[in-house]
Design a protein around this ligand. Structure first.
Ligand SMILES: Cc1ncc(COP(=O)(O)O)c(C=O)c1O
Length: 348
């Protein structure tokens, strides 16, 4: 993979995933500055890039650790030297609890929970190996994916966890992923405020009942600057912000000049005036409008010919990066760094 370094973009075979390093570093620095200004810990979601080199830049900018979605990501990042990880997801099954407990012997490990039996299973596995796993209660603040409802349901789970040996309650977390489907900036702001307020209120309830709740964690890229600023929030976990993408442009979270991930593709056919075929389809862009690498040319645009190259912004950067073996970090027109994508695909 080091073969790529020093190459000019026109020497690269396509399709290739490019990361504009100046934009990437600016995105990382901006989010870190926001978190610092608001006194909030930044624990970026690494599933967006799955790259040690990008994770390292986030840590160097002041992140307290990384968030991951699955155990294989936790294992890969721990192997790469990241020792403070939060699996912000439900981890279910004896085999996985044993893996989690073993990871907790090698680093600081936290995991999401929304179920009393799962918490008990994690605690039993942790006791068996003599480790302690931090657990963070997932609160559903509107996404309606996993998570217990704010308030009393969260309190009941916290009271159960407080009685278990082998786990330690770190706090509460939520992910306002429904903001990705918002229809206006006002809706994003409303979702972001709710995301923050509901977890803060739940944390307060736990504390009133004598249960320590040091971490109050929120996180999505569209809502980051809103929920991250809600008083009482202590941690934020945006992921996509390192790259941004066309979805974020549509939501108003970013401008085209912020988008750092692009696909370099070659035009392979021009069968009709209104059709451009490229060598990148749904196995390069995960969230394509079609699976066939066809671009329906908008009127008034230039008229590119076969062999020309295009640099295209993906609709969803995180799923696009997950499909690539490596991302090529470029400055100007030259490849400066190669980021192998670790724990890619739909692993365990
Ligand atoms: C639990 C959790 N936290 C944080 C994030 C990061 O959100 P985003 O990709 O909008 O930055 C995600 C993304 O799916 C998530 O599932």
């Amino acid at each position: 993979m080091t073969d790529f370094i020093g190459r000019d973009l026109d020497q690269l075979d396509t399709p290739a995933l490019l990361v504009d390093l100046d934009r990437l570093e600016r995105n990382i620095a901006r989010m870190a500055a926001f978190a610092r200004r608001h006194g909030v810990a930044l624990r970026p979601h690494a599933k967006s890039h799955k790259s040690a080199g990008i994770g390292r830049r986030q840590m160097d900018a002041g992140a307290v650790g990384l968030t991951v979605a699955k155990l294989d990501e936790a294992e890969a990042f721990l192997e790469a030297g990241f020792t403070d990880l939060f699996v912000a997801n439900q981890v279910v099954g004896k085999q996985k609890w044993e893996r989690l407990a073993r990871l907790a012997q090698r680093g600081t490990m936290a995991v999401g929970v929304d179920d009393a039996d799962v918490a008990a299973g994690i605690a039993a596995a942790a006791r068996t190996v003599g480790a302690t796993v931090d657990v963070v209660i997932e609160i559903d603040t509107g996404l309606h994916r996993a998570g217990v409802l704010p308030g009393e349901p969260a309190l009941r789970l916290a009271e159960h966890i407080a009685l278990l040996d082998g786990v330690r309650l770190r706090g509460v977390f939520t992910h306002a992923g429904h903001a990705h489907g918002a229809h206006s900036p006002e809706e994003v702001r409303r979702i972001g405020r709710e995301e923050g307020l509901k977890v803060v209120e739940t944390a307060e309830l736990l504390r009133q009942r004598g249960i320590a709740c040091p971490v109050v964690s929120v996180g999505s890229t569209p809502t980051a600057l809103i929920s991250g600023a809600v008083a009482g929030v202590t941690e934020m976990r945006p992921g996509n912000y390192v790259f941004y993408d066309r979805m974020q442009l549509g939501l108003g979270s970013a401008t085209p000049g912020d988008c750092s991930l692009s696909v370099l593709a070659t035009i392979t056919s021009r069968p009709a005036a209104d059709r451009v075929i490229i060598d990148a389809g749904s196995k390069t862009f995960a969230l394509d409008r079609g699976a066939h690498g066809i671009i329906v040319r908008a009127e008034g645009q230039s008229d590119p010919s076969v062999g020309e190259r295009l640099r295209l912004l993906p609709n969803h950067a995180c799923t696009t990066a997950n499909l690539a073996e490596c991302l090529l970090g470029v400055r100007g027109n030259r490849v400066d760094e190669v980021f192998p994508v670790i724990a890619r695909g739909g692993g365990r």
